[in-house]
Design a binder for this molecule. Sequence first.
Ligand code: ADP
Length: 262
Amino acid sequence: REQQLRQNQKLEALGTLAGGVAHDFNNILTSILGNADIAGLDLPPGSSVHAQLDEIRAASERARQLVRQILTFTRHAEARCETLCLTPLIEECLRFLRASVRSSITIRHHPAPGAPQIEADATQIHQVIMNLCTNAVHAMGDTTGSLEVTEDILTVTQEIIAQHPQLAPGEFVRIAIRDTGCGMTPEVVQRMFEPFFTTKAPGQGTGLGLSVVHGIMQNHRGAITVYSKPGQGTLFHLYFPLKTRTSSSQPPVFASGAPRGR
Ligand code: ADP
């Protein structure tokens, strides 16, 4: 309870701060990015300044991403829901990740049969998938490893409802995000959703990724669970109420109690 209170206070402070400055900050970044582009146009092709402009662009993009995360906490980023299929959205995130990770990390996607649809804000769900998958890749560090994203449809069980009373009985789409990275201790698992909680080196992590994920899942009346063991890896489950199935040829997969595996 005390932890919940601390989390709410931090969220409130962050929301107030963000509401005031984030939009202005975004405009400043747009100007920096635009001017970096224009400055590059007049330079001779072999100029060393190109590399510096690329640095400016990359840093500005990172700052934009941070602003986006912060805006999710405030009224400025209310969910704009539409009916969407998760499969192409996940595919897009994984395409982006594959292009940026080392070849010693394999990334696989197992889509759900029947192309299930949910009612959700595409930008926010994109953020959820990207935050979780980016953490998974970070957790694998310099070692080899694998990231698997699996979708399926299931009827939520009493056991899951007992853990997550906000879930209404019925059919759900579940996304499993499993990595073979460093895993988390129970202490880290307990604190991971707190805003600004990070175990990463200064400058490497903001500690906002998972608290944003948590907030977005609540907005979507969904749920998130985690199974993690140090040295073995981590499995996140995301549950979204099912809206429709594009094709009804496949019967639903029924969950048999606790999720299997780790
Ligand atoms: P950040 O990534 O900026 O540190 P997050 O809120 O995304 O912030 O994550 C908080 C912490 O949770 C991370 O610093 C890390 O210790 C832990 N964590 C999150 N995802 C994973 C994962 N897949 N494997 C191991 N640790 C994780």
